[in-house]
Design a protein around this ligand. Sequence first.
Ligand SMILES: Cc1ncc(COP(=O)(O)O)c(C=O)c1O
Length: 438
Amino acid sequence: MNATRPASMSSFWMPFTNNRDFKANPRLLVSAEGMYYKDVDGNSILDGAAGLWCVPCGHNQPRIVAAIREMVGQLDFAPTFQMGHPTAFDLAERLMTYTNNKFGHVFYTNSGSEAVDTALKMSLAYHRVRGEGSRTRLIGRERGYHGVGFGGISVGGIGPNRKHFGPLLPGIDHLPHTHNIDKNAYTRGEPEHGVNLADELERIVALHDASTIAAVIVEPVSGSTGVLVPPKGYLKRLRELCTKHGILLIFDEVITGFGRLTTPFAADYFGVEPDLMTTAKGITNGMVPMGAVFSKAFIHDAFMDAPAGIELFHGYTYSGHPLACAAALATLDVFEEQQVLAHAASMKQYWEDAVHSLKGLPHVIDIRTIGLIAGIELAPIAGKPGLRAFTAFKQAFADGVLIRTTGDIIALSPPLVLEKQHIDELFGKLAAVLKNLD
Ligand SMILES: Cc1ncc(COP(=O)(O)O)c(C=O)c1O
């Protein structure tokens, strides 16, 4: 384990990174505990982003660390193709309980991107096994992020993530995004305006006919494009329309799953049930890569009616990896024993008030909050989109707080175990950064 500066940084081609800028001026993390990282110079960095939205229970959570250590000494790897290991089944049962038995089955992947592609493939295959093979069209949404697989970028709605990689999947359409600062600026929770945007699905159905559409996929709250909270009633309306037209509804809960909105999933928060739900990140508290697709029983059961043999020709070498399963079970233990959701709920008001106290600071043009998430939108520098927020990110890191930025939006999503003093520290430092920003 290297806790010093690497001799060379040239070989690692870093993901979603300005490699040249980073390597000229690196930010290197060497350890973590609770709410803080330590950088290579020994500075403490308060984690305002839960790593990458993925550490709800805080860093190096001892119970989860111990579970992983124990498992690696017992079962390093076991295939789950025509084989199994008990922990994978135990975890699946626990996950059913954690979702209040709203789903019947869970399929393991290693990441959010794989969970998304799995859910899209399940949707296509589900219609096919039921004899509705004409349903091949997939509907995403502008400003949606669904990872980086070809399925995910095809239904995703972020131009730069798509433009170099065509041709993407055929037969894709997109709903409009719901972001509207003119009408909904400075909202706490769901904004008032925009439920009618769900009706755009009717327009797409009229154009292509429902008999050609397999599924709609949306993030209940868009995270990666800057915390876009759905307008009041929007998700319910989408659910109604999907049901009406026999279209599967997929919620991508890779960010919102495992407590981000203070409920187990965003589906619980909004009281809307999807047919398939993709998750990752917090499922293992970020400690071992894992994703999962939750499926309603009727989808799974449609495959079980097929002639004997492998029902779904899909899976990953590391689906249900023993270390990931052990980490996920321990994460659920921590959620339960430490009442992580109740604690997050008890912090929500303080969090919300602290975020909205930034209103009026230079360049701030919108603030939006829901659960323990916040989006702070800055006015862009003319001709240099994203530069202002990225400068804030760098300065905040130098001042000892990790924030995340996307375009000119600061997105905050701390570990759910934070206390009031962490909120004070985070917003004290962030306010100072914003006050001094060009
Ligand atoms: C909503 C959503 N879906 C999918 C993904 C992709 O997950 P991964 O990076 O684990 O592939 C992300 C990642 O941030 C996400 O936010």
